[in-house]
Design a protein around this ligand. Structure first.
Ligand code: AMP
Length: 528
């Protein structure tokens, strides 16, 4: 009997091959685009041909460091800011037969230390900016290689005749550590074939083409930036301009040039762009709005997009954001359409070749019922395994379907997310309540800038609905008025009973609200 992961690879292989050849890997395909511009970073353009050459040199060096002809799926961790070196190193690892383990530049040494211990790499490649951090994280126990020496080093190797291993697409390619809202982050492993399945599904659904131009403002340790932006662009032969980090004014100025075709970001980024636009001079506002209106597609995902942000963005730019749903373990699963109606609050329908279903608490498929259920996903896009954790891998599948832990309903074929079973589905007084639904309502209040709803343990109710609110600076919220207002839109059992006012919500490097930390605001009463 085949495991779900083996089945996925089998399906993938049959989708992507003809009788003569194997499915391509991302790096192998790049030769088709050789003279086109692949990357723009640090004011320099790099062609696909150059990217191929530079990454081959890196691959050769990695092999010579370990004195081997094939890294044989050894893990290679790298802590390198987004830019040309980052991509060259990622491709170099792949071409040498290694498994790429991207580290988050925003993580403190303690978190890096967990990722390094767990992934057990042969060495770690570090940009000098982060050398101290990595020394603290590794305690000097790991071979550390300077990234600029690796990329710029004057090595006596022949880039035109690289002796590099042939990479079977079914080999492991990458481990991305998941955000880990509960427990420690886990390494989600994908093969080259799974990566290609994730890319090609998106490339088809969103109509990626050679002439597309995108900017990357997302970090490169997370699936959103790696797959949806960078890999999709490089698969298609498009150009990706990498900004060193996200800055709202720089991003607006870049969007306003009018040459970009695509933009992808998390809701927090869109919200920051909106705030920056609102406090800008009228002349800048109109230039920015005009530039952004010319893109062919703007996408939001990785967390729920508040309807208020969707509407405001439309007013400012004329663009209706395309919201999609995905996860490190499955790539992208659901998306609003490229052409056609994008319903606010919905994440659309399954992407090409991705199978999605909802099940009840007993794992029974819900079919056409509108009842809420947990999303399960299958297809060639689904990850291979949690690294060195067969038990957790096995537990995360049910009859070949990956259990996402996300709850959803369906209306006329479109999925609507209700949140994660573990943190966003609150059980209060016997009712199941979606934190996301309550947040949507509270954000409509004119004095609420942002909010996060959680369930906190309570003897009488099981869980109590509680909310942390960031106020608009313009006024004071009177609690009784707020509750009366909320009850106009929410059933009584959904209306929050506990409130905390905070200056900002705890978020991770991807801008996702850390609900476990929000809960602590209520459990530790000194922090009111
Ligand atoms: P990550 O693996 O870090 O990408 O996180 C995946 C999780 O983000 C999913 O399991 C969802 O809980 C959440 N998520 C992703 N996209 C959306 C979306 N469009 N709306 C709501 N939640 C989302």
């Amino acid at each position: 009997m085949q495991s779900p992961a083996q089945l996925a690879v089998f399906v993938m292989t049959h989708l992507q091959t003809n009788s003569n050849d194997k499915p391509e890997t991302l790096c192998a395909r790049a030769a088709q685009h050789s003279q086109r511009i692949a990357l723009i970073a640090e004011n320099k353009s790099t062609s696909y041909a150059e990217l191929i050459k530079l990454s081959s040199i890196v691959a050769q060096q990695l092999l010579s460091i370990l004195n081997t002809e094939d890294l044989g799926e050894s893990r290679v961790a790298y802590l390198v800011p987004p830019g040309l070196d980052h991509v060259v190193i990622q491709w170099g690892i792949w071409k040498a037969g290694g498994v790429a383990v991207p580290l988050a530049v925003s993580h403190p040494p303690a978190e890096l230390s967990h990722t390094l211990e767990d992934s057990d790499p042969s060495f770690v490649i570090v940009n000098s900016l982060y050398e101290e951090k990595i020394q603290e994280a590794t305690d000097g126990d790991l071979l550390v290689i300077d990234s600029s020496e690796l990329v710029d080093g004057n090595f006596n190797l022949d880039p035109n005749n690289p002796e590099l291993p042939s990479i079977n697409p079914e080999r492991r390619a990458m481990m991305i550590y998941t955000s880990g809202t509960t427990g420690k982050p886990k390494g989600a492993v994908v093969t080259h074939a799974i990566l290609v399945a994730q890319i090609t599904s998106l490339a088809e659904a969103w109509g990626w083409e050679k002439n597309d131009q995108i900017i990357l403002v997302l970090p490169l340790h997370h699936i959103h930036g790696i797959v949806n932006v960078l890999c999709c662009a490089l698969w298609t032969g498009a150009s990706c301009q990498i900004l060193p980090n996200f800055d709202p004014v720089d991003t607006w100025n870049r969007l306003s040039k009018g040459d970009l075709t695509l933009f992808m970001a998390v809701p927090t980024i869109y919200m920051l762009l909106i705030k920056t636009w609102e406090s800008a001079k009228p002349r800048n506002r109109s230039r920015w709005s005009q530039g952004a209106s010319t893109l062919r597609l703007m996408v939001s995902g990785s967390a729920a997009l508040p309807k208020t942000a969707l509407e405001r963005w439309k007013t400012i730019t004329g663009q209706v954001l395309l919201e999609r749903y995905g996860m490190t373990e499955i790539g992208m699963a659901l998306s609003n359409p490229l052409h056609g109606e994008r319903r606010p609050g919905y994440v659309g329908t399954p992407l090409p070749r991705v199978r999605v279903r909802r099940v009840d608490e007993n794992g029974e498929e819900l079919g056409h019922s509108t009842q809420e259920g947990e999303l399960e996903v299958a297809g060639p896009n689904v990850f291979l395994e949690y690294w060195r954790n067969p038990k957790m891998t096995e537990d995360s599948f049910r009859n070949g379907w990956f259990r996402t832990g996300d709850m959803a309903t369906v209306d006329k074929g479109d999925y609507r997310l209700l949140g994660r079973t573990s943190v966003d589905i609150i059980k209060t007084g016997g009712f199941k309540v979606s934190a996301l639904e309550i947040e949507e309502v509270l954000r409509q209040h004119q004095l609420v800038s942002d909010c996060a709803v959680v369930g906190i343990p309570d003897e009488d109710w099981g869980e109590l609905v509680a909310v942390a609110i960031v106020k608009e600076s313009s006024g004071e919220i009177e609690l009784n008025n707020m509750i009366t207002w909320a009850k106009k839109y929410l059933a009584s059992y959904k209306t929050p009973r506990e409130f905390r006012f905070v200056t900002k919500l705890p978020r991770n490097a991807m801008g996702k609200i850390q609900k476990e930390q929000v809960k602590l605001l209520f459990l530790d009463s000194s922090e009111t």
